[in-house]
Design a binder for this molecule. Structure first.
Ligand code: DAK
Length: 256
């Protein structure tokens, strides 16, 4: 039914697993189509208590957008993709029941952005977070410039996005990027525990809390991110960044 994700519903909690372990669960077009189908249509409207998003295997939550798809992008396609990605991440962020990311390994680029679109993040001790887009000649295009600053503050967001550095889960927790760190093998169990606690509270109050918290954040920055991403997709460096990754070599930046 879905090409690249698995859905299991148990005790009214939907567990969505992104299932491309050989590509470290990188987000390709099919993953986005599946997520849009799930959050837009298929998840039950009634009697759902929460949603968990996780990655298949024990190495990665999601290692970013699928870099191998980048080479076909120009300005128009990139802006359309960015808008589609932002829309689905926005749907997750505004979902009526809590969505928790169970981060089991690398959460990089679009993977870190997906985790940040969730309401809460639980990470295994060996998980790694980062926005390495500058290594590829791009910027975060799925809301990362906005949500990272919202979660960790402007200074730390600048540092992480401009250096492209990866950080461990404990540092991510200290910064406020992660809510809870636990042993790798306990990530799913801890995530379910948090959801079970939330599920004892008044459902309407939970829904309105999500809505009111989200209402406090300005949407203009998200539009600016789409425009910047589109401009970069026309640059020579954008193609060079993706090619260098695929050819496993250092990029040769031209600044144009
Ligand atoms: N895309 C495609 N394939 C990937 C991938 C990715 N993001 N990450 C890993 N893989 C693939 C590798 O190519 C490799 O495939 P084979 O060579 O075996 O065929 C396989 O997964 C295993 O990876 P490694 O061999 O590299 O594994 P290591 O343990 O050595 O390294 C790593 C793990 C996570 C450090 C490394 O794989 C890595 O650096 N991965 C790339 C991380 C990254 O740069 N992620 C992308 C960030 S950019 C957009 C908006 C937003 C975005 C894009 C578009 N639009 C508006 C259009 C977001 C962009 C990003 O996410």
């Amino acid at each position: 039914m879905y090409k690249e994700v698995q859905l299991v519903i148990q005790d009214q909690i939907a567990i969505i697993t992104i299932n491309r372990p050989k590509a470290l669960n990188a987000l390709n077009t099919d993953v986005f189509t599946d997520l849009i189908q799930l959050f837009g249509n298929d998840l039950p409207k009634q009697d759902l208590r929460g949603v968990i998003i996780t990655g298949s295997g024990n190495k990665a939550f999601v290692a970013g957008a699928d870099i191998k798809e980048f080479l076909t992008l120009d300005n128009d396609k990139a802006m359309a993709l960015s808008q589609r990605g932002q829309d689905i991440f926005m749907t997750i962020e505004n979902f009526h029941v809590p969505v928790v990311a169970a981060v089991n390994g690398f959460a990089l680029g679009g993977g870190c952005e997906l985790a940040m679109a969730c309401h809460i993040r639980v990470a295994g001790r060996s998980a790694k977070f980062g926005q390495p887009e500058v290594n590829l000649g791009i910027i975060p295009g799925y809301g990362g410039t906005q949500r990272l600053a919202q979660l960790v503050g402007k200074g730390k967001a600048m540092e992480l996005i401009l250096t492209g550095d990866m950080i461990g889960s404990e540092e991510a927790e200290r910064m406020g990027l992660v809510n809870k760190v636990c042993d790798d093998q306990d990530v799913l169990e801890e995530t379910i525990k948090i959801l079970n606690k939330i599920c004892t509270k008044a459902p309407l109050a939970i829904r309105e809390s999500i809505s009111a918290i989200n209402a406090g954040f300005n949407q203009d920055g998200f539009k600016a991110e789409v425009t910047s991403f589109g401009r970069l997709a026309d640059s020579a460096d954008f193609k060079e960044g993706a090619l260098a990754f695929i050819e496993k070599r250092k990029p040769n930046w031209k600044g144009c």
